[in-house]
Write a protein that binds this ligand. Sequence first.
Ligand code: GLA
Length: 394
Amino acid sequence: MTLTELSNFTAAEFSRICGRSPRWIAAAPGRVNVIGEHTDYNDGFVLPMAIERYTVIAAAPATKGVSRVELRSSEKAGQPVMIDLSKPMKPFAKGIWANYPAGVLAGFLARGISPGGFDALIHSTVPLGGGLSSSAALEVATATLLEAITGRTLDPVDKALLCQQAEHQYAGVPCGIMDQFISVMGRKDHLLLLDCRSRKPEMVPMRDPSVALLVTNTNVKHELGSGEYAKRRAQCEAAAKILGVASLRDATSAALEKARARMDDVVFRRARHVIGEIERTPRAARLLGDSDWSAAGQLMYASHFSLRDDYEVSCAELDAVVEIAQALGAPGGVYGCRMTGGGFGGCTVALVKTDAVDAISKKIGADYHQRTGIEATTFVSRPAAGATVLKPVA
Ligand code: GLA
């Protein structure tokens, strides 16, 4: 579905369920990270792109009171979640989807911006929990909707940070800044090279039709993910402390080697991944900008092996996809492949020849099923634009 079709579908669903037309529609994309994994909370570089999968929200002024917000998800349309804007905001129970929009709403209210009561229907084509930032897409779509309702446009950096805060405080996930930044700042046909320390974005053109980014969803999600994420952050901080630097962005491989004897082996390997990945990411951005697909692909493999062996956030299913892709190799149209996102399941991203996409998808699907007994889902996306306000159709 194109974004316009998706917007029209969501508007029609809103009308059907809420009994009137929406006045506002906002959308925000999910993302795939090409390289630069577990570097954002180490002040490093990331290289994500927005994908053509979106969370769309259609809304209209409330009919039941000026401070009553009713949120519905198209999946659970029967049960709206209610928020009373006249009462202090607080998170719902852990794990409730409405924490994401509620956290964003709380961020707007804390800045003195109130949308007043409204009814909203949320529909998403970003696979939930698939490592493609469905939560950031929901947060950023909510923020974009609130901008449309209130007429107050936030600075893009402030908007992304507000959404990250929502995730920290309302969803209880100590994420970095990558997902929210790309969902806000994505640009069609561009990757985003983001310096997570200065927060300076640099757009890297990626419009050559002869190559494509192929996403494979392993369709597994190992539950240990969230606790392990916080653990990795703590291990990185421990390494930085031993090295005497503010963050691993300031550390070098040579300094790490020197300090090896003063470090527990696990902490050493975590730091080795992060330092290597921070170095690989701007290099990959330059190679992709120069259309040096093979060299960029090699860095993607290096990233995967480092995440698998040193950072230990991969899993058998992700490794299986990367192995299948690597076995196809350049003759089979694959330049590089790696896990993408936080890890412990979710998706891989592969840089491939466009004319080999169908054959590669088939081969990955068949071999992955043979090895794991699980059906993978594959799709290709061009780099998409970031969050946007759409016009409701009459
Ligand atoms: C998750 C987090 C991001 C980032 C990645 C790993 O997606 O939300 O901030 O840390 O993991 O690169």
